[in-house]
Design a protein around this ligand. Structure first.
Ligand code: AMP
Length: 699
């Protein structure tokens, strides 16, 4: 078969001979000791007696990620390039750091940490807001060969305590406060102290970055609390610095806890060698970001894997500039803030979660900011691409932003949905912007990227063999929905283990298909051209009269209505059909009606879209409208489970019953807003929920 497009040829090459492919990629990294092999596979025997396939990338190699991200750019004469722009609309502060300045900060802070007792292999927990010192902390920890565990700043004490208990950090690096959008400063002192109190394991030190907005007072020295600024000042006075300490390829660079909604968090371990090679590859190949002169703005949080990879490590690995943004898509001060950042820093590549764009669409339904302000004065011309991940991007949002990019941004600018997870470390699928013939993908795009299909997250990336299988693990036909799995080994950025829990790694990812496949937990399909569509988490599949529907497909039909900015669909139990889809929607524009029950015409129009696009069998069992009622995790994922519980409780006349809210929730009030809406809705329509869908459609 002749593969016409470069992206297909690159994938075929990487699949046919992964060792050659990835050893070429490994050339772009500085190794303290070169690996003696590219990929090593073996069987791993667990205590429980089960054995499974295990793999190691770049064994024998020794690498320092910080050296690669910082020192080598200074050594190569690029020290005066900007490494970080910090833009903080919540404090009004802006700062910038060249690579030279970054090196000075990081080697000094690493010196401080070493003096405070941190050494190679230790874990240090980072609980910080989006400030430059958070990046210095991550890089300083990695510089010592220690392992960071970044937890979203502002996580509740119970969630933080679990992560302290699980990772047993030598020290915690934190700040006196975070600033949550327009809500103002949130003190971290109480949260950290309570978390440490709850945990049976106690870290030796807590190093506190004092912010003027709200100070940590008093700093309790006897409890191991230290003032960060003072420690750095003293180190500077003494010229204290620490050199980069290399670690083995398979050693951990960091632990990231998955956004799991139930049970104990899973500590995904990122290994140093594969991470550096794989990220260096992905940012050039997929993102089309090549190095100095490119400015990447990843509007995310360092607590999420996207923040680790594309705020911090990938842009710095290649010597580009990263924008660190302490603000929200709306409310800091308004829905124009992202576009202001693009204009101000001449951002070439942007990355965010679709939920951020939906928030903007809710506030700025007619794109006034994009079109009439920044767009019209040509301020967005530097932007070559807008990447979206974290959740399914419905076609309507991709299409809307594609139109805007085509009109106002760089020629050929694209909106690129890409699918991945904490476990994968970099996109598993996407559309590569630099799928050129060059082996190192160092040149900018020469060939047109593959066409975008809105609603699809593109094609598999090198190193990831993605398949769709049925519940027995057998591949399904192209175009059919099923469980999305991958074969072993995974690409170099991906995990090979969970922190201190080999049995759980097997149980959570391999056991379901007897070790044959890695289970991603996602459901979706692959079309005849190899494009992957992620439709929902496997748990969110609805079974309506023996037909399986994904929440994503139904949400897609609903959001194709021009007045609907956002939709979350959950399945509610139905005696007749098993489940019925039920929708929560937010309308676009500033004004949102108060009524929980939508206008008849709107409901009918939406129902029609669902029937046309999915089928009459998927007709909605009901629809609630409201603003600020769809709860999200801090990484922007819709918490459908919470909405489902609220509805289920309401059907049992228990609407006030407490629902299980995961600690990862961003907006707790949303649950109460949703509860009030559910209550109002049921007051009016409750009984009708048990009528057949046909009758309800006429309501
Ligand atoms: P996390 O590990 O927190 O980043 O969550 C990973 C999960 O987010 C994936 O397993 C998917 O369910 C979802 N996800 C991420 N990116 C996408 C995407 N582009 N389309 C659909 N779902 C996505």
């Amino acid at each position: 078969m002749v593969l016409k497009h470069a992206q297909d040829r690159v994938y075929a090459r990487a699949t046919a001979n992964p060792r050659t492919f990835w050893s070429t990629q490994a050339e772009s990294i500085h190794w303290h000791t070169r690996p003696h092999e590219t990929l090593h596979k073996r069987k791993k025997l667990l205590k429980s007696g089960v054995s499974h396939d295990h793999w190691t990338w770049f064994p024998g190699g020794e690498v320092s990620t910080t050296y690669n991200c910082v020192d080598r750019h200074v050594k190569n004469g690029n020290g005066n390039n900007i490494a970080i722009y910090w833009d903080s609309p919540v404090t009004g502060a802006k700062e910038q750091f060249t690579y030279k300045q970054l090196l000075e900060e990081v080697e000094t802070l690493a010196g401080v940490l070493r003096e405070e007792g941190v050494k190679k292999g230790d874990v240090v927990l980072v609980y910080m807001p989006m400030v430059p010192t958070a990046l210095f902390a991550m890089l300083a920890i990695a510089r010592l060969g220690a392992i960071h565990a970044v937890v979203f700043g502002g996580f509740a004490p119970a969630a933080l305590a679990q992560r302290i208990e699980a990772s047993r950090p030598k020290a915690i690096m934190t700040a006196s406060c975070g600033i949550e959008g327009a809500k103002g400063p949130v003190g971290y002192k109480k949260m950290i102290e309570e978390a440490v109190e709850r945990s049976t394991y106690k870290p030796y030190k807590t190093i506190i970055w004092q912010r003027d907005e709200l100070r940590w007072d008093p700093v309790l020295r006897e409890s191991g609390q230290r003032n960060w600024q003072r420690l750095v000042k003293s180190a500077r006075n003494r010229g204290l610095k620490a050199d980069a300490v290399p670690v083995k390829s398979e050693d951990g660079l960091y632990i990231i806890y998955t956004s799991g909604t139930t049970g104990l968090p899973k500590g995904v371990v990122r290994t140093a060698g594969g991470h550096a090679v794989g990220l260096n590859f992905s940012i050039k190949y997929l993102f089309g970001v090549h190095g100095p002169g490119d400015v990447m703005f990843t509007a995310s949080d360092i607590g999420w894997v996207v923040g680790h990879s594309y705020i911090v490590y990938a842009p710095l690995l290649i010597g580009a500039t990263t924008v660190l943004f302490e603000g929200k898509p709306v409310g800091t001060p308004d829905a124009s803030t992202f576009w202001r950042v693009v204009e101000e820093y001449k951002v070439t590549t942007m990355f965010t979660a679709p939920t951020a764009l939906r928030a903007i669409r809710r506030e700025d339904g007619d794109n006034e900011y994009f079109e009439k302000t920044y767009g019209e004065r040509g301020g967005l011309k530097s932007l070559r691409a807008l990447f979206l991940a974290g959740e399914r991007s419905e076609p309507s949002i991709v299409e809307m932003y594609q139109k805007l990019l085509t009109k106002h941004c760089a020629e050929g600018a694209l909106v690129v949905d890409n699918w991945w997870s904490s476990e994968s470390g970099s996109p598993i699928s996407g559309i590569a912007l630099s799928a050129t013939a060059g082996e190192d993908f160092a040149t900018r795009q020469r060939e047109q990227p593959l066409p975008i299909k809105p609603g699809s997250a593109g094609k598999a990336m090198p190193g990831f063999d993605v398949q769709v299988v049925d519940d027995e693990g057998n591949p399904v036909e192209r175009g059919q929905m099923g469980n999305i799995v991958m074969s072993i080994p995974l690409a170099p950025t991906a995990f090979t283990m969970l922190w201190n829990d080999e049995e759980r790694f097997y149980r959570s990812y391999l056991k379901r298909f007897d070790g044959r496949w890695v289970d991603t937990g996602d459901a979706g399909m692959i079309d005849n051209d190899g494009y992957i569509s992620i439709m929902s988490r496997s748990d969110d599949i609805l079974n309506v009269a023996a037909h399986r529907f994904s929440t994503g497909a139904i949400e897609q039909a609903i959001t194709s209505h021009p007045n609907i900015a956002e939709a979350a669909v959950v399945g509610i139990p139905d005696q007749l059909k098993g489940h019925l889809p039920f929708a929560f929607v937010t309308l676009s524009g500033h004004q949102h009606p108060d009524a929980a029950v939508p206008d008849d015409d709107l409901f009918k129009a939406v129902q029609k879209l669902v029937r046309e696009q999915i089928g009459a069998i998927a007709s909605l069992g009901g629809m609630i409208q409201g603003k600020g009622m769809i709860p999200k995790t801090r990484s922007g994922k819709t918490l459908r489970r919470v909405l489902r519980e609220l509805i289920e409780n309401a059907t049992h006349d228990q609407v006030e019953k407490e629902v299980a809210v995961p600690s990862t929730i961003e907006d707790k009030e949303a649950v109460e807003v949703a509860r009030a809406k559910v209550k109002a809705y049921f007051r009016l329509k409750g009984k009708d929920l048990h009528k057949p869908a046909e009758a309800r459609a006429k309501l």
